[in-house]
Design a binder for this molecule. Structure first.
Ligand code: AMP
Length: 219
């Protein structure tokens, strides 16, 4: 049985940082829909042109678009040993699509859903201070997890960038979308008996400790 993880939580809750760590630790692919969509935008693909309109407004990209991105990715042979999904599913409709995609794969998947619990009030501040390295993708926070040298990636020494949708205005729209579309997934996975909750309102290392204890992996 292939073990896979999905992560739920509001924008800025730290999913990106923790899922990346988890994927590295378990040597599994880290599949992040937001990054896959941003890559398409950068490369000006057909998917990217559609996605940009929605991302800039803090709205969900249409389900057909994200589903095709995920379906293609999960068919790759590197997913056979498991995968870490970050940012998908983000609505009940997407959760049903994920079930269908998984049922059509030629291997059996056992899903664990992990919810990052954090009060929304602390998140706007986190989002507007978030920066990332355009080369390696490492995520920083100018206040709580700053780079050693001003605005330069510790590992690559290139200038950090801010996501266009990490402005206060778009962040607020993203929270509205989260409340309406994504929050209902907490009830959905709770009722299926496979939701685990992690307190995400802690330092990165403490969230990581709680996460590995919650999903019972050893590091
Ligand atoms: P993220 O990097 O996860 O914060 O995602 C950035 C933006 O990409 C979101 O605000 C959405 O516009 C879009 N996006 C990412 N994942 C999905 C998804 N599963 N469904 C629809 N839109 C998505």
């Amino acid at each position: 049985m292939t073990k896979a993880f999905i992560f739920l939580g509001p924008p800025g809750c730290g999913k990106g940082t923790q899922t990346e760590l988890l994927a590295k630790e378990l040597k599994l692919p880290h599949i992040d829909t937001g990054s896959l969509l941003r890559k398409n935008i950068k490369e000006e693909t057909e998917i990217g042109i559609i996605a940009k309109k929605f991302i800039d407004k803090g709205q969900l990209v249409p389900i057909e678009v994200v589903t095709s991105v995920i379906e293609n990715r999960l068919k790759s042979s590197d997913c056979k040993n498991g995968f870490v999904l970050d940012g998908f599913p983000r609505s009940l409709e997407q959760a049903h699509s994920l079930n269908k995609i998984i049922n059509n794969l030629d291997f059996k998947v056992e899903l664990d859903a992990i919810y990052f619990d954090i009060p929304v009030e602390v998140l706007v501040e986190r989002l507007v201070n978030r920066r990332s390295c355009p080369k390696c993708g490492k995520i920083y926070n100018l206040k709580t997890n700053p780079p050693k040298n001003q605005n330069l990636c510790d590992d690559c020494n290139v200038e950090l960038i801010q996501r266009k949708d990490d402005t206060k205005e778009t962040a607020l729209l993203r929270f509205e979308t989260y409340d309406k579309e994504t929050r209902p997934l907490i009830g959905f996975y709770t009722s299926r008996g496979n939701l685990k909750t992690v307190n995400a309102n802690q330092a990165i290392e403490d969230v990581w400790d709680e996460l590995i204890q919650t999903i019972k992996i050893r590091v």
